[in-house]
Design a protein around this ligand. Sequence first.
Ligand code: PAF
Length: 273
Amino acid sequence: MMRARSDRMRRQYKTIVLIPTMGFLHEGHLSLIKEGHKHGDDMAVSIFVNPTQFGPEEDLESYPKNLERDLELLQEEGVDAVFTPDAKEIYGNKFQTYVTLEKLPNYLCGLSRPIHFRGVATVVAKLFNTVKPHVAVFGRKDYQQLVVIRQMVRDLDFGIEIIGAPTVREPDCLAMSSRNKYLTSEQRISALSLYKSLQKAKELIKSGVQDAATIIDWATELIQSYPETDIDYIAICDTETLVDIQIIDRPVQMALAVRIGKARLIDNMLLNP
Ligand code: PAF
């Protein structure tokens, strides 16, 4: 049905924009839709909690859902089509073809989530084939995901323009995420340490520090000074290859993941010396 609709839109010379989501929408998602409206005139949003991107110990079963509210929000945002497939529709039976990238998943989140980017790339490829967008918008908060999708689109000639939209933050600067829901009020304070460490890195660079290890040490100490924080990684890396950088003599990406209680939170920032 979605495929036939997209063919119809394309025959009417509409520019289709896709925003892939896993639902439980927040301001961050709505900002992707607002960005999307600038790039096309037929707005499609998919809502699908993709099982293949969750590891066995992860939160697939408890991932928050509220489809009714999501649909209301999407209507308010002027979305033209909502695609809400179930796992059977996406993976059918005896599914066995996956999209795997050789290098990009070997860094950052990929190290502790070994099957994650294979699941993301596969489902996004399938969503692209079904919704047939001209443009797709992804949040820069999931920086590695954005880089993976851009690479896949280039490598497999999807011919889709990929837009990276800025991270939307709560008033206290915590990056918006559906997983913030897992935090208790004490853990919510500890969660601010992610952004604070990125800000600290920015200050250090401004004051002339160029050594990535020094910045990572500062960030580690800052985050560990908050209760219940368990650092997964803190990295300063090349913006495209995600390979670690030792000396910051050009724009680099700082990215981190921290477990706090039941939540695994990520954040990142471009550091410009
Ligand atoms: O960013 C997400 O919500 C998901 O990883 C995505 C892109 C919808 C694929 O399942």
